[in-house]
Design a protein around this ligand. Sequence first.
Ligand code: CA
Length: 397
Amino acid sequence: MRRLAWLALVAASAPACADATFSDCLARMRAESVQRGVSLASFDAYAAPIEPDMSVLGFLDAQPEFVTPIWDYLAALVDDERVADGRAMLVQWDEVLRKVEAEYGVDPATVVAVWGVESNFGRNFGTRPLLTSLATLSCFGRRQGFFSGEFFTALKIVQEGSIAPERLNGSWAGAFGHTQFMPSTFMRLAVDFDGDGRRDLVDSVPDALASTANFLRRSGWRSQERWGVEVRLPAGFDAALAGRRNRHAVAFWAGRGVSLAAGGALPADMPDSGLLLPTGSAGPAFLVGRNFDALYAYNAAESYALAIAHLSDRMRGKGAFVQPWPTDDPGLSRRERRELQTLLLARGHDIGEADGMIGSKTREALKREQAALGMAADGRAGQRVLKALREATGGKP
Ligand code: CA
């Protein structure tokens, strides 16, 4: 109760003092700027005019309103559209991707899969002005030290002429460009691959593809190894052996009855691998090697690394996982999500555009429809509610 009252007080007083606090904060950062590698001329040109955007602070402490099951997460990230788009990119950027592979040892399908998941092949960069978001997060909220480091680094990116400030837009937290690098990651790992003398992850696809490969190589990518394979476990398998980093030789796993999910012996090109069980012993099982760890380094979530890995395999012509996820209500592709939203719009729900993004408006509308249909009103967009709404709307797609 005390905490709530305090929060209400902060909320009420924030707008009045935010401007003064922000200008004091900018003045303090200006005093540090030369020491942080940003000239006063650069600071005055790019940082001084910034007005804070207090809306980014809401994201900093946001609790996920809805925990996405892994089968929903993968259904949207690895759908037929993204596989087809990825294959088109493999063709379009073939020459660059071959050169990238020769230089960094990372194969084209893996590089393109990261690109497809990070920015939908350059279609979704995020729209927030990066310097504004990072300056605000440097002066307010609970991670000011971290964000001020990113802010000064973003100023250095502009100062060195790599990317113009008006092209530097991204996520609320400061990830930007085709590869969604944070400024500090850009500084460490971005490369100029098209040879124009600038590292540009916004307007140069070759720079972005090579920078992704450079990131993976520096994270330990091994060009002679695959990321992993889907496997089948024998009855009574000891699940205590699971864990991505609990690595053993292929012979160890084979000796315990582990085989390829599709049938056959385990491949030899995975010198040491751990057993990944994303949904315990009930769902698909994977043996994953060092390359899976390199994907994990890009974004520390096993579901993320599995999405990249699976998308790369699908682009290489492999199919869906052999073992189904432990659910009787599988997730929806983006096409199916748009169809679901079109049905909701046709049924009078004000959910905005049918963009395939399942946000709070779509979920609220789904809850009302689920309740009316006698289903559990959890607001989740799955195959079951899509099918029910198709039927309720007269079978029209
Ligand atoms: Ca360049």
